[in-house]
Design a binder for this molecule. Structure first.
Ligand code: SF4
Length: 459
């Protein structure tokens, strides 16, 4: 399915795999990340995450030099882990690999086993293999959530003298792909409105979008407690949100196979259909009615769809970014009467074409959209010039094309570093979809006004 080899990417539509790992580790309480490789990788990732979330981000590095590259990085990793354990006193340390450590073939799993024997009092370590020449930030994120569950679920020995978290028994295990902290807070509100016992992993709703501190915290408060992840084997059910990812990236699949916890999946709850589906699954699992307020929000969204129809029907749109985000946006623009002419992602997994092909063709489309994966902005530019869409929806990396072609870009996904408020961008649920719809309509209206010879008057 891949369009071409990674070697030829020109301005790729993806960031690096350990970036996703570092992001997911931010959703575990008191977890500190170490990247096994050169310092530049940690710096690049910190820079990207800070410019998107506008929060302080600490990521340690095993800090390779020339000798490490030749003789291996075991000693460096040991030193990095011990330093981090001493300076941060974390509950968990997450270790992501980089291109360099993967290329020289460091066996991090073996190094971790040796370290645990040597230092039995060390906190739990979660290694995850994240070579960037093989994946994207999305893959790194999902692999890390899965690795955290595999490393911790059912491992009660990590609790030491502490009691197991009994409150986690019978909880629903909820897993999300990369969404904004504000959308994550919406998911938590839904679970609270339904009075459901849940464990959300990861939970970076506070760590990547927190309040002001009066005292400095080496690790921001918030995140899924390790004890809750350990007790996931006792969950009543799991629910995975996002696209149909490979089994090995899916923590719910693992919990089902290893511990018999029933698992369900639905796409990100964006738009009417997928939000209905999400709420129905929760209602079935919990046996509880969806509160009336949700029905009212749904009704308002349908009303907004009909109000927006005259502005949006048949407008051509290009969507790009991570698989789950592109899938969710595709469903939404189809519901609101737009014509998605091109969907692309930097991910090379084959998931996006299969997913979009299964969704009924939008009413406004005269032909199926072009779906490209392992795609870069170099290729996208000529295609977009040819397709002449009315709008592009995706991350800030599309800015150059937008500037060159004059096609407006609505920023969603990751990274959004040339606009403010990325951590609070909403698209999940009826309200989030309505907020995104408002933004789409306003971009289309603004574009029409700015291109009009007579401007705009209101009598
Ligand atoms: S070398 Fe690899 S892991 Fe490091 S920043 Fe570059 S792509 Fe990411």
């Amino acid at each position: 399915m891949s369009e071409k080899s990674y070697a030829h990417a020109s301005n790729p539509c993806r960031q690096c795999t350990p970036l996703g790992a570092s992001w997911a580790f931010k959703g575990i309480e008191n977890c500190m990340s170490v990247l096994h490789g050169s310092q530049g990788c940690a710096t690049y990732i910190r820079r990207y995450m800070i410019s998107h979330f506008r929060e302080p981000i600490d990521i340690a590095s095993s800090s390779f030099d020339e000798t490490t590259v030749i003789f291996g990085g075991e000693q460096n990793l040991e030193k990095a882990i011990l330093n981090v354990a001493q300076q941060y006193n974390p509950s968990v340390i997450g270790i992501g690999t980089t291109c360099l450590s993967e290329t020289i073939g460091d066996d991090v799993d073996r190094i971790i086993i040796t370290l645990k024997k040597k230092y039995p009092d060390l906190c739990p370590l979660i290694p995850v293999s994240t070579p960037s020449y093989q994946g994207t930030q999305e893959e790194g994120f999902l692999r890390t959530v899965s690795a955290a569950v595999q490393a911790l679920a059912g491992k009660y020995e990590f609790l030491g003298d502490k009691e197991a978290d009994k409150s986690a028994e019978g909880a629903i295990n909820l897993f999300t792909p990369m969404i904004s902290p504000a959308d994550m807070r919406w998911i938590k509100n839904v679970m609270e409105d339904l009075d459901m016992n849940y464990t959300l992993l990861p939970d970076y709703s506070e760590t990547l979008d927190g309040g002001m501190w009066s005292d400095y915290h080496a690790m921001p408060p918030g995140g899924t407690p390790m004890e809750r992840i350990i007790s996931m084997d006792q969950g009543e059910a799991s629910l995975e949100l996002g696209s149909a990812y490979p089994d090995e990236w899916r923590p719910g699949y693992y919990l089902q196979k290893r511990f018999g916890v029933p698992n369900s999946r639905c796409g990100l709850p964006v738009g009417i259909d997928e939000t209905d589906r999400f709420l129905t699954i929760l209602s079935e699992i919990s046996g509880k009615e969806i509160p009336r307020a949700y029905g009212k929000a749904r009704s308002r969204l349908i009303d907004a769809y009909s109000d927006a129809h005259k502005y949006l029907y048949g407008k051509k749109v290009v969507i790009f970014g991570d698989t789950s985000t592109v899938e969710a946006l595709y469903r939404l623009v189809s519901e609101i009467g737009m014509d998605p002419v091109l969907c692309f992602t930097g991910s090379p997994t084959g998931i996006l074409p299969k997913t979009i092909e299964r969704i009924p063709q939008p009413e406004a489309s005269t032909e199926p959209p072009l779906i490209k994966e392992n795609f870069d902005f170099g290729d996208a530019e000529s295609l977009i010039e040819e397709l002449q869409p009315d709008l592009m929806i995706g991350n800030s990396k599309g800015y150059k094309i937008s500037r060159k072609t004059g096609i407006p870009l609505l920023r969603m996904g990751f990274p959004v570093h040339d606009r403010f408020g990325a951590a609070r961008l909403r698209m999940l649920g009826y309200e989030g979809s309505a907020q995104l719809l408002d933004r789409i309509v306003n971009v289309v209206m603004e574009e029409k006004q700015s291109k009009s010879k007579v401007g705009y008057t209101y009598i």
